[in-house]
Ligand binder design. Sequence first.
Ligand code: HEM
Length: 492
Amino acid sequence: MLSFILLVILVVCFCLHKTKGILWGRNRKDDEPPIVPGHPIWGNGQQFNNDSIKFILGAQKKLGDIFSIRMLHYFMTVIADPHCFDAFSKERSFDFEPIQEQVNGNIFGFKIPEANRMRKFVGKTTRGSAVPRNLHAFSMLLEESYSTLEHESSFGEWNTVSLDRLANQTLFKTIFNSVFGEDKESTSFNYELFHKHLQVFHKYFSYLWIGLPHWMFPEATKAVEQLFNQPTPSEFMKSDCTSEYLKAAIEFLQSYNLSDKEIKCHNLVFLHINVNTFKIATWCLYQLMSHKAAMSSVRAEIENLVEANKEMQQSEDNVVTISAKEIENLETLDSLVMETFRMSSGVFMVRHNQEDTNFTVTSTGQTYRIRAGDKVMMYPPAIHKDPEIYENPEEFQYDRFIGKTFYKNGKALKTPVLPFGSICPGRRIALLQTKWYIVSMLYKFDLELLEGESCDFDTTYPGHEIVPATNDVQIRFRHRESSTKIQVTQQC
Ligand code: HEM
């Protein structure tokens, strides 16, 4: 009997190996990318999990700019040559839709109807003339959050608080209100509670993303249930406070007959996406406080701009306006934000390969066949830490990007930092919101880390667009005296 069972197991294993390559990998054909050796059952999952950047850069050194890895039952071809970014983005058989369906379905139990139309719809609200309008509305809400802070803290004196708390009271509140409209502090629908529940839920995000069942993570399941405590779509539509974006999105989704629960899922996905802006801006503040030269250079650049505009505008009410373009032209601030992205981006650019595809590696000109059904990935965090591209890649250098060109394989890189992948429609607005948050915080407040406080990147969270911190830090802030108020214009 025992030998019969063993025989059956052997036959099943053999079939799995032959048909899917699930056990012991697959038989590589000559025109396919090399395969990174891994565990007979788990493949390369453990190596990737231990230190994804070291693993990918190590494999690239040994095998070249393209190779395949196996994550348990599926194969993923890693395109490690950063010059392939355009070719990767334009390849029609590399499809993002199944990946998006997997994330939205596994995490939120939600499927976007007509994803292409939804993408166009989001694009309309985050690009072109919508950008300055959006940024202006965002800056007004941010200003309101600062007034609340002024009431709660002593003017001109140092106030101690945790960085997460300060960013929550200002930026998260603003993001929450710009997504939903004003929060109702007296009910369970308010920014403080949502921030708390999202933090719990994000701890388990990567596990849910890959499809592990929700019951394995009761804390996350409870947090998600709390996040469904939102007004119904019709309540949102009736309220004068609801944001312009949300009203338009609800109308769009209702036209596809989505249920109230599905629309609430959409709202959560949208908030979750916007939380990336919160995370990167909080990292920027941390880096500014940790690097005194960065703080004084960025502040000087902001003050110079305010002074120049003040002289030009000669406003009687001491309000100086700043345009989106002027914010984008602050090159020290831009370099600081890029360097913060370089250090803290955890993004995977993953696609599903729809059909057998011949892909040419840009740097070498060599063509490889990638099998239909495999996943294909570019992994910006490894590019961001490549010592051939960046000198001392582990060191934070706020001015690294000012007037510099970066090279790989002897050729200049068009886009050396890739935290938004290739398809994020929120790139410009997210960058502007992040920068305006820094500009206004530094103009209004002195900010310092308390003695001995520090944190690091928590690398146990692969798949997060922005890697979270290992711990919160204590800081102090003080209102700065100024008779001038700064505001964003509604023009480009
Ligand atoms: C710091 C902030 C942000 C980061 C780091 C970020 C990053 C990303 C990344 C990495 C992707 C996948 C790209 C790829 O695989 O090529 C993505 C997709 C997307 N992002 Fe963002 N994002 C941010 C802010 C935003 C904002 C503010 C919005 C909307 C207002 C937004 C809307 C979207 C949408 C709708 C997609 C899916 C696109 C599609 O289906 O084609 N993102 N984002």
